[in-house]
Design a protein around this ligand. Structure first.
Ligand SMILES: NC(=O)c1ccc[n+]([C@@H]2O[C@H](COP(=O)([O-])OP(=O)(O)OC[C@H]3O[C@@H](n4cnc5c(N)ncnc54)[C@H](O)[C@@H]3O)[C@@H](O)[C@H]2O)c1
Ligand SMILES: O=P(O)(O)OC[C@H](O)CO
Length: 338
């Protein structure tokens, strides 16, 4: 461990295990390196490990140079040995499988930081609930907010939020992860931060579909605004604090991913709206999350017509045009009636 000073904060470097060798895992490994940590990156395939060692991850982060210093490995035990902290960066639907592999090697009592954005499709579990189920007693945190992997990997200025139920843990992680161009806010609303990150993906797909179908900028703004109402309703049912959802993981991430083709969820929706093939597109976490969020809304009696429409469009049950007609002809109501 090395003593160092970053952004005016005194801290000592940790050994950080990053689990997941995709775009976000690679970007976060770089961010941790720049925050003066000793970084081990676990990728499950040898090809990715070899590529990262050679200075690029062409499959997931093409064209971005990977600075030397990240110890890439396909042996999860090696990545986790003597780790002070773990970043879990597999897609949400793969978290349970990855933790099954990690469990025998997890050092006891170290924080596990959830970096994926989603809700488990089969169970409706938030990712923190999966960790509680599989690794009881593990201090859990979540890192979320408007942050494209390419931006973070390039070292462009980015702000995220790190949340944990224990305020002191959130603050410590935020301080340790922050570096010159990565500003980490802290929060003790773990559930709120998880919900904001998970649900924004559904609306990013919707935003892409609105653009792809040529429905216009006004429709886009209406959808994002009313989508945010649904996000807050579902968030409230989980106990999320409204102010958390107004922050980086919620409104902030909605702004980013509902307005940029750089978002894979937006790009997925765009292809959907344009009637283009969807097979082979990069990961769009909003697809499984839309299905389970629609089910959660129904089960809890929450009015979530946009989420329900996105889920039905993705299922092929209705077309985008039919969804628009249904949304536009709903009974009128007061706007503040959320
Ligand atoms: N890419 C971004 O800009 C970004 C930013 C913030 C958050 N996220 C979130 O991070 C999560 C991961 O996204 P990504 O961009 O890295 O996806 P990706 O498709 O680029 O990479 C996913 C990686 O996970 C690995 N993986 C899948 N199943 C696994 C398993 N069972 N065990 C181990 N590894 C497994 C894959 O091999 C791959 O390396 C998603 O939830 C996403 O929403 C992504
Ligand atoms: O490319 P997306 O749509 O998965 O979005 C990536 C991040 O979640 C943006 O904050």
């Amino acid at each position: 461990m090395s003593a160092s000073k970053t952004s005016g904060r005194d801290k000592t470097g940790w050994r950080v295990a990053v689990l997941g060798g995709g775009a976000w895992g690679t970007a976060l490994a770089l961010a941790m390196l720049r925050a003066d940590h000793d970084v081990r990156l676990y990728a499950r395939d040898d090809e990715t490990v070899a590529a990262i060692r050679d200075g690029e991850n062409p499959r997931y982060l093409p064209g971005i140079a990977i600075e030397p210093g990240i110890a890439a490995t396909s042996d999860i035990g090696t990545a986790l040995t003597d780790a002070d902290c773990v970043l879990a960066v597999a897609p949400a639907q793969a978290l349970r499988a990855m933790l099954t592999t990690a469990r025998p090697h997890m050092p006891k009592g170290i924080p596990l930081v959830l970096c994926a954005k989603g809700i488990e499709r089969d169970t409706g579990a938030l990712l923190s609930a999966i960790v509680e189920d599989m690794l009881p007693g593990t201090p859990i945190a979540a890192l979320s907010g408007p942050s494209f992997a390419t931006d973070v990997a390039r070292g462009l200025p980015t702000a995220v939020v790190v949340a944990a139920r224990e305020e002191a843990l959130a603050a410590e992680l935020a301080a340790r992860f922050s570096a010159q161009n990565l500003r980490c806010y802290s929060s003790d609303d773990l559930i709120g931060v998880e919900i904001g990150g998970a649900l924004k993906n559904v609306f990013a797909i919707a935003a892409g579909a609105v653009t792809g179908a040529g429905l216009g900028a006004s429709a886009q703004a209406a959808m994002v605004t009313r989508g945010f109402v649904e996000l807050r309703r579902i968030g409230a049912s989980f106990g999320a604090r409204p102010e958390t959802l107004m922050g980086l993981s919620g409104l902030g991430d909605l702004l980013l991913t509902c307005s940029s083709t750089q978002s894979r969820n937006f790009a997925y929706g765009l292809a959907l709206g344009q009637g283009k093939p969807l097979a082979g597109l990069p990961l769009a976490e909003g697809v499984p999350t839309a299905a389970i969020a629609a089910r959660i809304a129904t089960e809890r009696g929450i009015d979530a017509p946009i989420i329900t429409a996105v889920s039905a469009i993705l299922d092929g049950t209705i077309t985008i045009r039919q969804a628009v007609t249904a949304l536009m002809t709903r009974p009128l109501k007061t706007e503040t009636d959320i």
